[in-house]
Design a protein around this ligand. Structure first.
Ligand SMILES: [Zn+2]
Length: 271
């Protein structure tokens, strides 16, 4: 539970100090500059789809901040702080390669799943066509709790199922073996995966929940930062960040439900 509190605190700080205050001054203009215009035809309107923008920014910051923190700890902290001691470190060249592949997955590959799920999210498919929740709507604390529980259950079922499938012979050999290359992984390796695994096994499980619950944009942002910070911590080797829990599932239902109660208190401060 204490590791969840740390991850939630980091995620909260990301949303409160890096995402929301810089949303209009940096993130939206930046996305307009760097995102290719042809994505407009594929369903991402950078002028108006600010919910998707803030979700992507929050996910990137969740990974960068948590993995950056763990990488700094790797440099200066004693080896016995990590579950597998001196084994769970990588040289700088390997670290660079892992970060490059992880960010490539995020910046280039994730679109293959982001766009179709955003279409479902935006147009209310699977929820009777209900309109997208806007930034100006207040956050309902009870609905926030239910949404976080739903997101947690969805990602647990999705991740467990896809991970099981990815351990079957041919899928393991050609797809999932890449992720298990590092026997004692570090935080940056959480997104070191084959693009197919990254899109279907990881990204889809995270973004499916908000698409179905139609959560408030800031709830979506928090969920994205929390998911990425959580998986970074789970791969970090530091028990304080939840590393001991990483066996076959990224996190347990029970611990996530406990976390939801804390999420409530945090999200209330947004409104
Ligand atoms: Zn595996």
């Amino acid at each position: 539970m204490s590791s969840h509190l740390i991850i939630i605190s980091v995620s909260f700080a990301i949303i409160k100090y890096l995402v929301i205050p810089l949303q209009d001054s940096i993130w939206n203009p930046l996305i307009k500059q760097i995102v290719p215009h042809f994505l407009l035809d594929l369903g991402y309107d950078v002028e108006s789809d600010h919910t998707l923008t803030i979700m992507m920014i929050s996910a990137i910051l969740g990974y960068v901040v948590m993995s950056g923190l763990c990488s700094c700890l790797d440099l200066f902290s004693p080896h016995h702080w990590k579950t597998q001691g001196a084994r769970s470190y990588m040289d700088f060249g390997t670290w660079l390669k892992v970060v490059a592949i992880s960010l490539s997955n995020m910046f280039f590959c994730s679109w293959f799943i982001l766009l179709p799920v955003w279409y479902i999210h935006k147009h209310g498919i699977f929820r009777g066509g209900s309109p997208l929740t806007t930034f100006t709507e207040p956050i309902d604390p009870l609905r926030c709790i239910l949404n976080m529980i739903a997101h947690s259950v969805i990602i647990d079922i999705w991740f467990y199922t896809t991970h099981r499938i990815l351990h079957w012979g041919i899928f393991y050999k050609h797809i999932h073996k890449m992720h298990h290359l590092f026997k004692a992984p570090t935080a940056v390796a959480c997104m070191f995966a084959h693009p197919i695994e990254f899109c279907l096994g990881n990204v889809c499980g995270v973004i499916l929940g908000p698409a179905l619950t139609n959560a408030h944009p800031y709830e979506c942002a928090f969920w994205m930062a929390f998911s990425l910070a959580s998986t970074s911590g789970a791969h970090s080797g530091y028990p304080a960040f939840g590393a001991q829990r990483y066996v076959f599932r990224s996190h347990s239902l029970l611990s996530c439900r406990c976390s939801c109660l804390v999420c409530l208190a945090i999200l209330l401060s947004f409104s």
